[in-house]
Write a protein that binds this ligand. Structure first.
Ligand code: THU
Length: 132
């Protein structure tokens, strides 16, 4: 169960991460923060590249940072864009998150702190699982 206080804390972390975005090509800064089941928060921002296809989204940077630090189970992820509207994780990020937490709560926030939330399984019904 994620509390409202935890949600606000996560959105603030995502906003801080957004300040670190490296987005000289699109000019579109994104920040993300993910909360592990054992209560740790990891941040990510988008990191672009002059070879555009190598760009990585903020959500995957946050997730990969968490995994690299030993966390594999998550409660909630927040994403905020330097935008007047809520931004939703792209399809690649949805599938990447699905690998670890089908039940993840996804918070889409605006820079003013307002937010909406959805379950990952509603954003990505029938995500891919490797079943042999
Ligand atoms: N971006 C993210 O960081 N997360 C998303 O969910 C969608 C898009 C980034 C990638 C790129 O640096 C910029 O936003 C414009 O597409």
């Amino acid at each position: 169960m994620v509390t409202e206080i935890e949600k606000v804390k996560l959105i603030k972390a995502a906003l801080k991460a957004m300040e670190r975005a490296y987005a000289p090509y699109s000019g579109f800064r994104v920040g993300s923060a993910i909360l592990s089941k054992d209560g740790k928060i990891f941040w990510g921002c988008n990191v672009e590249n002059s070879s555009y296809g190598l760009t990585i989204c903020a959500e995957r940077v946050a997730l990969f940072s968490a995994v690299a630090n030993g966390c594999r189970e998550f409660e909630v992820i927040a994403v905020v864009g330097d935008s007047s509207d809520f931004i939703y994780p792209c399809g690649a990020c949805r599938q990447t998150l699905y690998e670890f937490s089908e039940d993840l709560l996804v918070i889409m926030a605006k820079p003013d702190g307002s937010f909406i939330e959805r379950r990952l399984k509603d954003l990505l019904p029938w995500g891919f699982k490797l079943i042999r």
